[in-house]
Design a protein around this ligand. Sequence first.
Ligand code: ACO
Length: 347
Amino acid sequence: MPKSKIAGIGKYVPERVVTNEELKQYMDTSDEWIQERTGIQERRYAHRTNETTTTMAVEASKIAIQNAGLTPTDIDFIVFATLSPDYYFPGCGVLLQREMGMREIGALDIRNQCSGFVYAISVADQFIKSGMYKNILVVGSEKHSFGLDFSTRGRNVSVIFGDGAGAVVLQATDEPNRGILSTHLHSDGASAEILAMYNPGTHANKWGHYANFADATIGEMFMSHDMIDSAQNFPYMDGPAVFKKAVVKFPEVIMEALQANGLKPSDINMLIPHQANLRISQFVQHQLGLSDQQVYNNIQKYGNTTAASVPIALCEAWEQGKIKEGDLVCLAAFGSGFTWASALLHW
Ligand code: ACO
């Protein structure tokens, strides 16, 4: 049975740097508050008009495909993770296929928010192990800056997020001591509303607003002025509740991956945690007894880029020579859903 290895990797972050100082122009916040609570010093925002989740993904994918020594027509399948798609539908996978001039291959969109990229890696790994595909493009990309509440009302969420994209080519390999050892996926929908954007959506709570179809147009039920006035078109987060769950589930899913392969934390050469919040990453590092050299964080520069954060951090760690062939790398993520996931691989 073939295994899958990361044959190429790329990242793209927009040029525009947005510092904590700049955010003070829009909302009541401070550099001290943001750095102390999240570790974030600055983030990138896409150009408002000509950069989208898909265009950023295209840039990251071009680099990943080139690094793999391939061309876009060599790709057999696309798995695209995002929570900020260009359109409500269709998903970004088909837009990427079009923009990159790929063959009429399958394109799958993944909606698992911060865990999206690790879920996407797991899905792609199964297709490769089954022998169905040889080269799969796995992408995480987000344009958060277009959908945040920049007033003081939304400050607990909006200061955290940034834009960017990362991509890998997952390739079938028979090489010993290379490739994905295992992936581990989890969810707990009991906490779905704790970290969520409720609208536009079709959830049942809307029937409270309207007695029957005649009271409103279908369009209004989907997204009404009321919903906009009460900020339901922006992400909602109960920060402390997310923190409490994340610091339990991150170490748990990392240990699950290690134990499945008869390994221990000291065997990890590099842990790439989803860049949710520096405090969460540090807590996880401490829990597992890992050294600073075993964990890579870059939330300080890019903020939390949700599905893009793991591939951006993985790419940057590799570019800096912190990951070498044969190294044991662990990818781990936790986010909205709640969902959490890990992947253990030999680089
Ligand atoms: N600037 C200044 N003050 C702020 C800001 C801000 N940006 N945001 C909130 N505050 C204020 C609040 O209004 C509140 O003021 P009050 O006490 O006068 O009412 C005070 O700060 C504390 O608010 P909390 O929401 O309780 O803030 P907390 O100390 O919990 O920190 C944070 C918020 C950083 C989000 C924290 O809960 C946390 O680390 N949560 C983990 C979740 C997380 O990191 N999510 C990232 C995205 S989700 C993911 O990737 C999994």
